[in-house]
Write a protein that binds this ligand. Structure first.
Ligand code: OGA
Ligand code: MN
Length: 296
C-alpha cells in the first residue's frame, strides 16, 4: 500500500520536511519516485521520526545509488563500512569513535574526488539539547541570483579541491588526528567546474566549498579572493536554511546543488550520527541553449 506522506517546504527556496513516511520498510516504486522527485525539487529533505537499523539505513540509501566508503576508515562503523560515524563518542582508550567536528566550514561532501558524492544521508541517533545545528545553502538559487557578467566569469573556471589541505587544517587545531602519507595519497587534488549542471534537473548551480585550494590558471591570491567571494555570496541568509535537529531525523542532501556547515555544541553533550554517502558522477557544465532557442 502506498504510504500517505506529506512534503512541506521549510527553507527560503529549497529544503523540505517529509512527515509520515517510514523508510525502514522497502518503499514501493510509486512512493520512492515521489520521494526522489521531492529530493530533486527541494535539494534537501528532512525525514522525521525514522527508526533505522544500520542495515535498513544502508538499504534505503542504496535505492538512490551505490554507496561510497569514506577514506578515513577508522571512523566507519565496524561491520558496516558504508556508515561513517559523525560522533563525539570516545573508545575506552580515549580515541575518537567518529569525526566529531564533521564540516565546521561550508562544503559539499567528497568534492575532493573526481566523482564526488551525489548525496549524503545523515541520521540523528543522539543529539545535544543545545547547538549542533546544520546549515544548508541553495547553490542553484545563489547561481541564478548572480549578475550575468559574474555567471559568465565563473562559467569558464575550474576550482581545485584537495582533501588533505582541509584535513590538516583541522588537525593543526587538534580537532583530528594527522593523516598518514598513504591517507594523503588516497585523494590527490582534483579540479571541478565552478558552475555545474545538475545531471538530473538540468539546472545550473555554483560548485565550490571548503575543500577548494585554488583555481586553475589563476594566481593563488586572486583565486582565494574569488573563492571567498563565492562562498560569502552563496551563504547569504536569503539562500540559507539552518536545520535544528530532532532525534531520529534523517537529513538527505543533494551535494550537487547544496553546501552545508556544521556548528558547535557543548562538548559535554553527546551527538551521534550515522552517515551514508551516495556515489555521484563527475561534475560538468553543459553550455546553455543559444539565446535564439530560448526566446523561440
Ligand atoms: C557531514 C557533515 C554536518 C553535521 O556529515 O557530512 O558535514 O552537522 N555533517 O554533522
Ligand atoms: Mn559534510
Amino acid at each position: 500500500m502506498a504510504q500517505d506522506f506529506e512534503v512541506r517546504r521549510l527553507g527560503p527556496s529549497f529544503f523540505a520536511e517529509v512527515v509520515g513516511i517510514d523508510c525502514s520498510r522497502g518503499l514501493e516504486a510509486a512512493d520512492f519516485e515521489r520521494l526522489k522527485a521531492a529530493h530533486l525539487e527541494h535539494g534537501v529533505l528532512v525525514l522525521r521520526n525514522q527508526m533505522l537499523s544500520p542495515e535498513q539505513h544502508i538499504a534505503f540509501s542504496r535505492r538512490f545509488g551505490s554507496l561510497l566508503v569514506h577514506s578515513m576508515s577508522q571512523f566507519n562503523l565496524a561491520g558496516h563500512p558504508e556508515i561513517l560515524l559523525v560522533s563525539n563518542d570516545k573508545h575506552p582508550d580515549g580515541r575518537p569513535v567518529g569525526i566529531a567536528d564533521a564540516g565546521r566550514y561550508w562544503h559539499t561532501d567528497m568534492s575532493y574526488r573526481s566523482e564526488p558524492a551525489l548525496g549524503s544521508m545523515l541520521y540523528a541517533r543522539a543529539i545535544p539539547s543545545e547547538g549542533g545545528d546544520t546549515s544548508f545553502c541553495d547553490m542553484t538559487a545563489a547561481y541564478e541570483a548572480l549578475e550575468p557578467a559574474m555567471q559568465q566569469r565563473l562559467e569558464g573556471l575550474r576550482a581545485v579541491h584537495y582533501f588533505s589541505a582541509r584535513w590538516e587544517r583541522e588537525a593543526r587545531q587538534g580537532l583530528r588526528p594527522p593523516q598518514t602519507q598513504e591517507e594523503r595519497d588516497r585523494n590527490p587534488p582534483v579540479s571541478h567546474p565552478m558552475v555545474r549542471t545538475h545531471p538530473e534537473t538540468g539546472r545550473r548551480a555554483l560548485y565550490a566549498g571548503g575543500f577548494t585550494i585554488g583555481i586553475e590558471g589563476m594566481p593563488d591570491a586572486e583565486a582565494v579572493e574569488l573563492l571567498d567571494w563565492v562562498e560569502r555570496w552563496a551563504t547569504q541568509s536569503r539562500f540559507v536554511h539552518r536545520h535544528a535537529w530532532r532525534l531520529h531525523d534523517v537529513v538527505f542532501w543533494d551535494n550537487r546543488c547544496a553546501m552545508h556547515l556544521a556548528s558547535n555544541y557543548p562538548e559535554t553533550m553527546r551527538r551521534h550520527m550515522h552517515r551514508t554517502t551516495i556515489a555521484g558522477d563527475a561534475p560538468y557544465c553543459r553550455p546553455q541553449p543559444a539565446e535564439a532557442a530560448v526566446s523561440a
